[in-house]
Design a protein. Structure first.
Length: 520
């Protein structure tokens, strides 16, 4: 990372942020109509021949008295709806990279629970892939150009659904700690995802999808959400396969932790009751949240999902280890240098990670400071005191170790396939290695961070994902044989334009050294 300055990275990141603000102009006006129990939806056919329906509601708007309530089912309707524009984006905070703030969202609204559908042709019983976006549970939306599924669907005969879910104080504030009638508010965003899956299960056949062959996939917070859905009791039977990309199940709050965050936020707002919060407008709450995180100089993701014991098991990692996701096939992995971009963009993080890793990783919050220091010092022993060393430590703790342990646990109950994305970015970002979210350009074949993703690697990733969605096995003609993962062989498919290769025991030493961070 030493060959790329922070200034150079920030400049490049700002260009990427601006690029995301410009919608991809691929849409044509051809009409296509589908009738469901909840109305008739008029979509369109884009320039690639992909049928698209946008902004379809999957629950009642969570506004007014329904704010901080579980998503409510829609009532049957005979109305006709225009489905040619994305719905409103969830209320959110901006994610910052140094002094760069990702492009603002001009159409945020509490009324945001909609989904989008992409398919092609008139076939039936197609594999269904449901995408969940990332953004640290504080920002993100399905209408980001990054998640335009047209290129994927034009190349593979699947149905892709993208969805919105509530974020930050609107989706993950544990108000049950203040008022017991608000049970589950620490997991509203996850409940939104489940409501969308129920809608898909009930209606996707009308759009050519197979309701009994559904794969959930997502990146970052979307990956964490995907893992949570595999163990959430209310999601059982709604999907059969999962592809979590770069995000394991350690990112959650205990009820006590989320109660404290909620109390801090309410105190900051001058609110003594939930009723006081209800009187505030969505914009006022959004502004208060932004000021709350800035003033306290905390990570913006204060409001992670709460492991409340009802909507999420109290110990999500133990639940996975004990087989809560049995009968779900999983394809999962990470990029090789997840943390590098975060560390270069924010020079204060390097100071924090050298001083106290507990300050930068929510994973460490579940253990004592003494235990964390012992793990930290043990791992660093004998390693050079360089930025790369600390970047690798953060990547291992926050991403790779948790992801691989999840693969190890699940492999005892069903098929698991594991990957490591090592593709290097184009200049000037190549010193960063395969950093967080770089793989999105290849998953959707869009110019997100990588303006011109290598098409051979795009084909390998998309073909593998589509094959897994169809059959539960990613093997296809674009890659060498991909063996199942187990604790005995730890087979890992390296994904790179230099060639995809299946390795054995690729990260075992780090896994063993840091296992205790997750297992206690």
């Amino acid at each position: 990372m030493t060959n790329l300055t922070r200034r150079e990275f920030i400049k490049t990141a700002s260009v990427a942020a601006l690029a995301m603000a410009v919608p991809i102009d691929v849409f044509a006006a051809d009409n296509c109509s589908v009738k469901t129990r909840y109305g008739t939806f008029n979509g369109f056919v884009d320039k690639q021949g992909v049928k698209v329906w946008l902004g379809i509601p999957f629950a009642q708007p969570p506004v007014g008295k329904l704010r901080w309530q579980a998503p409510q089912p829609l009532k049957p309707s005979n109305k006709t709806f225009d489905a040619k524009k994305y719905g409103k984006e969830p209320m959110q905070a901006s994610m910052k990279l140094g002094n760069v703030v990702e492009a603002s969202v001009p159409t945020e609204n509490e009324d945001c629970l909609t989904l989008n559908i992409f398919t092609r042709g008139d076939g039936k019983n197609k594999p269904v892939m449901v995408w969940i976006y990332g953004g640290g549970f504080v920002c993100g939306h399905s209408s980001e150009p990054t998640y335009n599924a047209s290129n994927f669907v034009s190349a593979h005969d699947v149905v892709i659904v993208t969805l919105n879910y509530r974020l930050n104080v609107f989706g993950f504030m544990n108000l049950a700690s203040v008022d017991s009638s608000f049970e589950g508010t620490g997991c509203l965003g996850i409940q939104d995802q489940i409501a969308a899956l129920k809608w898909v299960k009930e209606n996707i056949a009308e759009f050519g999808g197979n309701p009994d062959n559904i794969t959930v996939f997502g990146e970052s917070a979307g990956s964490i959400s995907t893992f949570f859905l595999t163990i959430a009791p209310a999601a059982k039977g709604l999907f059969q396969k999962a592809i979590p990309q770069s995000g394991a199940v350690g990112f959650y709050k205990t009820p006590d932790e989320s109660a404290q965050v909620t109390a801090n936020f309410m105190d900051f707002c001058g609110a003594k009751t939930v009723g006081d919060l209800m009187k505030k407008s969505a914009v006022e709450l959004q502004k208060a949240y932004a000021e709350f995180t800035d003033v306290r100089e905390m990570n913006v993701a204060d409001f992670y999902p709460t492991a409340d014991g009802k909507f999420l098991p109290r110990d999500p990692f133990k639940a996975l280890k004990d087989g809560a996701a049995r009968e779900i096939k999983i394809l999962t992995g990470t990029t090789s240098n997840e943390w590098n971009a975060f560390l270069l963009a924010n020079e204060d993080l390097f100071k924090l990670i050298r001083k106290d890793p507990q300050d930068i990783s929510p994973i460490f919050s579940h253990y004592t400071k003494q235990t964390n220091e012992e793990i930290y010092k043990s791992w660093l022993n004998g390693r050079p005191d360089t930025d790369d060393t600390y970047g690798d430590f953060a990547t291992q703790v926050d991403f790779r170790v948790g992801q691989e342990l999840a693969a190890e646990y699940q492999s005892k109950f069903d098929d698991v396939f594991y990957y490591l994305f090592t593709q290097q970015p184009s200049p000037p970002l190549e010193p960063l290695g395969a950093f967080h979210a770089l793989d999105l350009s290849y998953t959707f074949n869009v110019p997100y961070i990588e303006e011109n993703p290598d098409q051979n690697l795009v084909r390998a990733i998309q073909a593998s994902w589509a094959s897994f969605a169809a059959t539960g096995n990613p093997n296809n003609e674009t890659i060498p044989h991909w063996e199942k993962y187990s604790a005995g062989n730890r087979q890992t498919m390296e994904l790179s334009s230099k060639g995809c290769v299946c390795h054995k025991d690729l990260n075992t030493s780090n896994l063993n050294a840091l296992r205790y961070v997750y297992e206690g």
